[in-house]
Design a protein around this ligand. Structure first.
Ligand SMILES: *Cc1c(COP(=O)(O)O)cnc(C)c1O
Length: 355
């Protein structure tokens, strides 16, 4: 077997992010949870407010650049962080960017469609297209979004552009997941320097390149600790199948022959209801707790859900009290501003006294 991290060097990659991101202790939040808690600060990857998608896009945009592309096309939810970082990365490389925004979430108010990531997409000058995805997170819906992107790319190619499509469907190789193998190498080295070893890792689990990449990376580097993915879009049974496939494929990219089975995947969906991108009391409480105890800002769609999931995992004993846990902060912070109304119950009252 090739050395896993060296194998990554064979893939085209363009540096877009600030790395290594910090590994911070979170003693106050940890004490509240009954854990020794550490945070991998991938909200600090830089580029246009950062987040986990910066690590993934270094590989897609590296490939696009190697192929001489001048226009990037991709698709995502209206408040997609992937789309925002793709737009920023394309601009940094001097490329045009077309984004297809899928109406997956019933908007609670006008802010959802205008603030947060949408505002940033527009500021970056992305060409926006809307796409009717329907509420279901089915593989068929993903394929339909990808097919529509391919049609747009063909139309652009006919006008002399050199388009590059970043697909979301599971039929395409998960090269973005290599970014999370890189991240594992990074945080294991940081942990060694701190003299600690993690008992468990926790992250949000959506498309699955983060969860799958961390799982594949941990096993490739000989770490046996469980990697708990907190489901943000699909029920745990379905997500385990998806992550097993993704982790196997990501491992194969770096020369590991391990096949992951759904039973090898830790997925928790207790905080998924009422569904993708929708607030709940558990998520609001987790966001509020992290903000007030640790000044750690979390978003309602991903990292707030992941923190609420961690609370449940400890409560259920799936993570033992006193464990040393790494929480991967995957970013997503621009979305906070488009969820202002949903966050209202957790906001301190504005001052009513005058000095
Ligand atoms: C996309 C996203 C995730 C999920 O990452 P996947 O690799 O798609 O599973 C988690 N957190 C944030 C903030 C994201 O934007």
């Amino acid at each position: 077997m090739r050395e896993p991290l060296a194998a990554i060097d064979e893939f085209p990659r363009v540096r877009l992010g600030h790395a290594p991101t910090p590994l911070d202790p979170a003693p106050r939040l940890g004490a509240a949870l009954g854990l020794e808690l550490w945070i991998k600060r991938d909200d600090c990857t830089g580029l246009a407010f950062g987040g986990n998608k910066v690590r993934q896009l270094e590989f897609y945009l590296g490939d696009a650049q190697a192929r001489g592309a001048d226009t990037i096309l991709t698709s995502g939810a209206v408040q997609s962080n992937f789309v925002r970082v793709a737009a920023a990365g394309a601009r940094q490389l001097g490329m045009d960017i077309h984004v297809q925004l899928e109406d997956r979430v019933e908007p609670a108010d006008d802010l959802y469609g205008s603030s947060g990531n949408v505002l940033l997409d527009r500021l970056l000058g992305a060409t926006l297209h809307s796409f009717s995805a329907g509420p279901d997170e089915t593989p068929a819906a993903e394929t339909a979004a990808d097919d529509e992107l391919d049609r747009r790319a063909q139309a652009l190619a006919a006008t002399g552009r050199k388009p590059y499509v970043i697909h979301n469907g599971v039929g395409h190789p998960p090269v973005g997941g290599l970014g999370y193998v890189v991240a594992v190498g990074e945080f294991l080295e940081q942990a060694r320097a701190e003299g600690v070893r993690f008992d468990a890792v926790v992250c949000a689990s959506g498309g699955g390149l983060t969860h799958g990449g961390i799982l594949a990376g941990m096993r490739a580097l000989g770490e046996k600790a469980p990697v708990h993915g907190v489901c943000v879009r699909r029920a745990a049974d379905e997500q385990r199948v998806r992550i097993a496939k993704r982790a196997t494929e990501i491992g194969a990219l770096i020369g590991c022959s391990e096949t992951f089975h759904p039973d090898d995947v830790d997925a928790c969906d207790t905080v998924l209801p009422p569904g993708y991108g929708k607030m709940s009391k558990a998520v609001g409480d987790a966001i509020s707790m992290a903000a007030r105890l640790e000044a750690l800002l979390l978003d309602p769609v991903y990292t707030g859900k992941a923190m609420a999931g961690l609370v449940d995992l400890v409560r259920a004993g799936r993570i033992a009290a006193g464990s040393r846990v790494l929480f991967v902060h995957t970013g997503g912070l621009p979305a906070i501003f488009s969820y202002a109304a949903a966050l209202e119950p957790w906001l301190a009252e504005p001052s009513t006294t005058r000095e």
